[in-house]
Ligand binder design. Structure first.
Ligand SMILES: *Cc1c(COP(=O)(O)O)cnc(C)c1O
Length: 454
């Protein structure tokens, strides 16, 4: 067996179905609640926002959901993605561990996000929708949906968190190159945006605010639906192509992971890699470790409360039970823009509560140090978000060295950092500062959690 399994999977091995963890959970996650009535939401409540096929997938309990051939055709452009064995990193760390990484940076937008953008755009098109709205933090999701919209001929409108709009003109440029319209959020185009600006004219924005604006803009028009790039069940499910491919690739490598690692903003790339493996462990009673890695400056899984909360700042979304820092919490503007969300995917939160996954947090200077060390041996410059996974994988490899354990570590290198060079320049110049999250601000945000009698 060759060391590199990167191109061994040919297109016939592209998964035919997404894996749905709901089929194998020991207990179902809490329901999603209507903010007005406190009762579980039904399809009719969600119909103004999402295509019906997406609503069905959100609550599906089938173990596998067939990937439409039209979606597989688009996936085929870059999938299966490579799985690498990080031999030079192993050597540099002098570890007996075997380190593998799945590389999602080969997609057109440079991250895992097109895995869900493409099916979401496809189902919208199929149901006669002509326009999609969405939010974006650092711009990765915006560029992924803009790409998918271009493929299926849909108009796309992207509310981009203002601090990224100003600091990341290249991602904005990519979104516009794909033909989508970008609006700096909070904006004057929506009631929720105007309300925030009235109170905080200098607001740098947040994902929570941008979601409110995108949801409001979608609900206002018949021809428009809203598209979310993380957090929701259907998004996590679309991302399982990553773990399904990785599972087949590990088999070709004649190995099996002991530890799975992914960074977590809303939880989708971590879930995409880990759910197929966690599902298998749940079915056959075996054990597997899965570690979700988040920034210390926005630590929803490690420091947040497990409670019903809104997905957005303007309180337009249903209530979901998740680890949250409070929907009005505005994370400091650190460099991993894709990880600046106040909440965590309900399914990831549920797994954490059940003790089926682990979570840890790192500061940004330590993850950039890991990312640069990785780039120097492996050649790929990770996205700042992915550096969190790199750091955890390196720490696990060092633990193996110290304990003399020969384990297999598999992490998700969920995107490249080519649009994040300013962050690397700042890191090299010693200009990155570590933000701790503000305990006072979180306490204030959590005091405003909605009262729910469940
Ligand atoms: C969006 C993004 C993330 C965070 O989102 P998840 O849903 O947690 O995966 C992480 N890394 C990259 C490269 C991203 O684009």
């Amino acid at each position: 067996m060759s060391d590199t399994v990167k191109h061994v999977l040919d297109e016939t091995r592209l998964p035919e179905a997404w894996y749905n963890l709901a089929a194998d959970l020991p207990e179902p996650p809490p329901p999603v609640l209507h903010p007005g009535t406190g009762q579980p939401v039904g399809p009719d409540d969600l119909a103004p926002l999402f295509p019906m096929e997406i609503i069905k997938q959100e609550v599906a309990t089938d173990r596998f959901i067939t990937i439409p051939e039209e979606v597989r055709t688009v996936y085929r452009q870059w999938r299966p993605t490579p799985l690498y064995r990080a031999r030079r990193l192993e050597k540099a760390l002098e570890t007996p561990a075997r380190i593998y990484y799945k590389y999602e940076g080969v997609s057109p937008a440079g991250s895992h996000k097109p895995n869900t953008a493409v099916p979401q755009a496809f189902y919208s098109k199929q149901e006669g929708i002509t326009r999609l709205t969405t939010e974006t933090g650092a711009g990765q999701w915006g560029s992924a949906l803009a790409f998918a919209g271009a493929v299926f001929g849909l108009e796309v409108e992207v509310y981009m968190v203002k601090v990224s709009y100003d600091q990341k003109p290249y991602r904005r440029g990519l979104i516009e190159a794909y033909g989508a319209r970008v609006v700096a959020s909070p904006s004057n185009e929506t009631n929720s945006g105007r309300a925030i600006l009235a109170e905080h004219p200098d607001s740098t924005g947040s994902l929570g605010m941008a979601i409110s604006e995108a949801v409001e803009a979608a609900a206002a028009r018949e021809d428009t639906k809203y598209s979310l790039g993380s957090v929701l069940n259907h998004v996590l499910m679309h991302q399982t192509v990553i773990g399904e491919e990785a599972s087949a690739q590990m088999e070709l490598a004649e190995d099996y992971p002991d530890v799975l690692i992914g960074c977590t903003g809303g939880g989708s790339n971590f879930s995409g890699l880990s759910f197929p493996f966690i599902g298998r462990a749940l079915r056959d009673g075996s054990k597997i470790r899965a570690i979700a890695v988040e920034p210390a400056a926005c630590p929803s899984l490690t420091k947040g409360l497990y409670a019903f909360d809104f997905g957005d700042t303007g309180h337009l979304t249903p209530l979901v039970k998740m680890h949250t820092l409070g929907s009005t919490f505005v994370p400091p503007p650190f460099h991993s823009g894709g990880l600046r969300y106040h909440g965590m995917a309900p399914l990831v939160s549920h797994l954490k509560e059940l003790g089926l996954i682990e979570a840890r947090a790192y500061t940004q200077t330590e993850v950039f140090a890991a990312g640069v060390e990785f780039a120097r041996v492996e050649g790929i410059l990770p996205a700042p978000e992915a550096n969190h996974a790199v750091k955890a994988a390196m720490d696990e490899a060092i633990r193996c060295r110290e304990k003399g354990e020969s384990q297999a570590i598999l992490f998700n290198l969920c995107g490249h950092g080519h649009f994040d060079m300013q962050a690397y320049i700042d890191y090299s110049a010693g200009k990155l500062v570590d933000h701790e999250y503000s305990e006072d601000e979180v306490a204030m945000a959590l005091a405003g959690l909605p009262a729910v009698a469940v």
